[in-house]
Ligand binder design. Structure first.
Ligand code: SF4
Length: 250
């Protein structure tokens, strides 16, 4: 068995593992937003940035090898992650107290874990009309963090290619592939894997608002770095998660 070190601890890995997949299997928390155990690598959010032998690298796309000394939860790296999160929060409209996903939101939970206590930059307050056209699911683009999880889920698991990312720079946005651009005219179904994979409150089922009360939600019960979440792989959570989601936990 080969090993790399993660914050001084030996982590075994198998051929083809990334730093993230190996660390996760051993119950180590590496902060992330766009990684999912059932989906291909993306490297979109960079929140999983670690130091590998002194150089910055995304844990979700870096192959594990035996000579690696990996720094993860250091003050310096968590500060960089906090900066990324603070940018994400002002780039969209994230009003946590009024969001159905509050307490079950990976962005919110990761911000807490990284010690984010407030905004650092001026809010953009972008104007992003929501799409409530579909009978079972609605999209609030205000909360989209462009993690591409729904894009990859729709392509890799649902084989429908309902979602894509369009535009450039500050105009980058989620696109629905349909003649009208509306979800109702796409091949999307509420049973799709993509319907439950959103880590924030951008893609949500209708008629389920606040079914689970605030303070009883997954990150209300335990912080995102808690090992109990790490032990739950995607298949376990699919069968036990009563939020209607396919979240991978942490
Ligand atoms: S809608 Fe959700 S899953 Fe899709 S890119 Fe935006 S944040 Fe990610």
């Amino acid at each position: 068995m080969n090993y790399f070190t993660l914050d001084g601890l030996e982590v075994p890995f198998e051929e083809g593992d990334t730093l993230m997949s190996a660390a996760r299997r051993e119950g180590h928390y590496v902060p992330h937003l766009c990684w999912h155990p059932r989906l291909g690598q993306s490297g979109a959010c960079r929140v999983c940035t670690v130091k590998v032998n002194g150089r910055l690298a995304a844990a979700c796309t870096t192959r594990a090898s035996a000579d690696q000394m990996v720094e993860n939860r250091t003050t310096e790296l968590d500060a960089k992650r906090r900066l990324l999160l603070q940018m994400l929060f002002v780039e969209g409209n994230h009003f946590c107290p009024g969001c159905e996903k509050s307490g079950d939101c990976l962005l919110q939970a990761t911000a807490y874990e990284m010690g984010m206590t407030g905004p650092r930059f001026e809010e953009f307050y972008p104007d992003r009309p929501l799409d409530a056209s579909h009978p079972d699911t609605w999209i609030d683009f205000d909360r989209c963090i462009l993690c591409k999880l729904c894009v990859r889920a729709s392509t890799e698991i649902d084989h429908k290619n309902v979602f894509a990312i369009g535009g450039h720079g500050i105009d980058t946005h989620l696109v629905v592939d349909s003649p009208s651009g509306k979800l109702v005219d796409s091949r999307f179904s509420a049973d799709d894997f993509a319907a439950g994979v959103c880590p924030v409150g951008a893609i949500l089922p209708k008629r389920r608002g606040f079914v689970i009360p605030i303070h009883e939600r997954r990150f209300d019960r335990a912080p995102v770095a808690e090992e109990s979440w790490l032990e739950n792989d995607a298949s376990t959570r699919e069968s036990t998660d009563d939020t209607g989601g396919h979240d991978e936990g942490a």
